[in-house]
Design a protein around this ligand. Sequence first.
Ligand SMILES: Nc1nc2c(ncn2[C@@H]2O[C@H](COP(=O)(O)OP(=O)(O)O)[C@@H](O)[C@H]2O)c(=O)[nH]1
Ligand SMILES: [Mg+2]
Length: 305
Amino acid sequence: MEKNEQKKGWFSRLKEGLHKTNNWFSTLFNKEGINDDFYDELEEAMILADMGMETSERLLDALRDQVRADRLKERPEAKQALKALIADAVRVDAPFAADEGPAVILIVGVNGVGKTTTIGKIANEYAQAGRRPMIAAADTFRAAAAEQLGEWANRAGVPMVRHQEGADPAAVVFDAIASYRAKGCDLLLVDTAGRLHNKKNLMNELNKIRRVIARELPDTPCEVLLVLDATTGQNAVAQAEAFLEVCELTGVILTKLDGTAKGGVTVQISDTLHVPVRFIGVGEGIDDLRRFDPNDFAAALLDVE
Ligand SMILES: Nc1nc2c(ncn2[C@@H]2O[C@H](COP(=O)(O)OP(=O)(O)O)[C@@H](O)[C@H]2O)c(=O)[nH]1
Ligand SMILES: [Mg+2]
């Protein structure tokens, strides 16, 4: 009962957040008849929602096939069919290491996408669940970054290791691991500076961090999660492609899905990059982080139950 209510609360919140995106779809699916106009309008709505050309066309083709095969006549039926197709497109079945036992989560992404905020939220979620997170402030590019992360660590009641501005990020991770061991922690969250304009430096920096983790915690799996700001639409897709060139990603986190008209970019990223979406950010508060659920997301995107 309580779980259902929680779920309902979160679902309506997501729907609310995606309101600007699902508006296109609501209007369209309320009209009559499945004809060429319908497909044209649907394609336009998908592009407007930032699902991208390739993903939109692939989904439309699949929908056409299904409408034909199942002899669907009404738009609400087509909407349900599209919902299932979208859920399939964003579903990647792979266990999340942090939920299986001790793990490292390395957070990457360009400046301003929400990395630091998301680390605070993740630390809080796991601490609330009885886990023992430790935070490494390995974005040493700006002093303000560690200050901000420190505030999140306090809020979540989680320890953090930081160095001076300009320090070697890999050295921060090294010290954080020593402290992680000493304190008996079981989840290491690493914040990084994402200066994508200097790919070579970024690659070296991330590789060095990875080497320290592999050497010091050889038996602990490492998730590398790319944080993307959903409000930037196609820019987020370009960032994802660029990061895939400099490091191995095991997943993505889409932030700022509250109140964006570009929520469809989530579908495009998952569909074209084949990496699982692990979390979504739906606000600036510590509780505004959600596990990504393909069915719920597809339903919220199209505004169906
Ligand atoms: N509305 C909204 N704002 C967010 C979300 N996540 C982060 N932000 C805001 O985005 C801004 C940049 O976040 P920050 O964590 O500093 O990004 P970083 O530079 O990648 O570490 C801050 O103002 C955050 O409050 C989210 O899910 N929704
Ligand atoms: Mg930051």
